[in-house]
Write a protein that binds this ligand. Structure first.
Ligand code: MF3
Ligand code: CO
Ligand code: CO
Length: 274
């Protein structure tokens, strides 16, 4: 059974498994948090170059988040000590920023989550480092298409499974693997809340989408098989077959007629080539 809860904007929100339905003031707050996330990701376009370290990326994300009046929600989250995730090449997600130097031909996902005035804006994009081989660029393009095809399905009356079914069909048409171990998620005042947004699903299944729902869609697509292996650091997820992996993420809100993308780039820099 799916439970929904209409929430007012100043009430305490619990991680109680209910799907929250928000009003206009919450949409406005999410618009602001989402816009900051997008502006931070826009700034990464000029930063991501051969020779830059993932730690330097993290420093800029932290500074821009603070300058924007927010805090990085990942900082101190379950012991995570960084302001973003930097997932390089065969890293699927939750790559930890550090001394790693970007090299010509790499692909990297940068995932940011500013917490602004109590609301979370969660978004990630792929960046191409220098000259990237065609196969990797195709993976990045198809992964972005997967996100947008999923967002297309996000409207009142649809089921959550419609999103995953559309994403899976598109990825598998290209013989790419859809990662099952990590999902999109409800968000708002909470970083990770109900519902779980799976990226491989059957159409017509799962909770019905209703106006006021906020959640992320964040498909992780592998050039090879979908299998995941966790590294010993407890965070970094890599492809089991060592193939490349890509991901894009938007935070959205269901409206009366469709959905609003809170984390769309104000500069139109939603995907490479930038
Ligand atoms: N931003 C990620 C997401 O999309 C979560 C990162 S949690 C961290 O849900 F601790 F790994 F940073
Ligand atoms: Co997310
Ligand atoms: Co994220």
């Amino acid at each position: 059974m799916t439970h929904y809860q209409t929430v007012t904007d100043n009430e305490t929100v619990l991680r109680d498994g209910t799907i929250k339905l928000h009003g206009p003031a919450a949409f406005e707050s999410m618009r602001k948090a989402g816009r900051l996330a997008a502006e931070i990701l826009d700034a990464m376009v000029d930063l991501v170059k051969p020779g830059v370290t993932t730690g330097e990326i993290d420093d800029v994300v932290r500074q821009m988040t603070l300058d924007g009046g927010a805090v990085p929600a990942t900082l101190g989250y379950r012991g995570y000590a960084h302001s973003c995730c930097t997932s390089l090449n065969n890293v699927i997600c939750h790559g930890i920023p550090g001394d790693k130097v970007l090299r010509d031909g790499d692909i990297i996902n940068i995932d940011v989550t500013p917490l602004l005035d109590g609301w979370h804006g969660d978004s990630s994009r792929m960046y191409l480092v220098g000259d990237v081989p065609l196969k990797a660029r195709r993976l990045v393009d198809v992964t972005y298409e997967c996100l947008m095809i999923g967002i297309d399905k996000a409207k009142p009356g649809a089921r959550l499974g419609d999103i995953g079914a559309a994403i899976q069909a598109h990825a598998e048409k290209h013989r790419f693997g859809v990662v099952r171990e990590f999902c999109g998620h409800g968000l708002g005042r909470l970083f990770h809340d109900a519902p779980e947004v799976i990226h491989a699903a059957r159409a017509g299944t799962g909770p019905e989408l209703k106006p006021g729902m906020f959640f992320t869609i964040e498909p992780m697509i592998n050039l090879g098989k979908p299998g995941v292996r966790m590294m010993d650091d407890g965070w970094t997820a890599v492809t089991r077959d060592r193939s490349l992996s890509a991901q894009f993420e938007h935070s959205i809100g269901i409206t009366e007629t469709g959905c609003e993308i809170f984390t769309a780039s104000p500069k139109g820099l939603d995907k490479p080539p930038y």
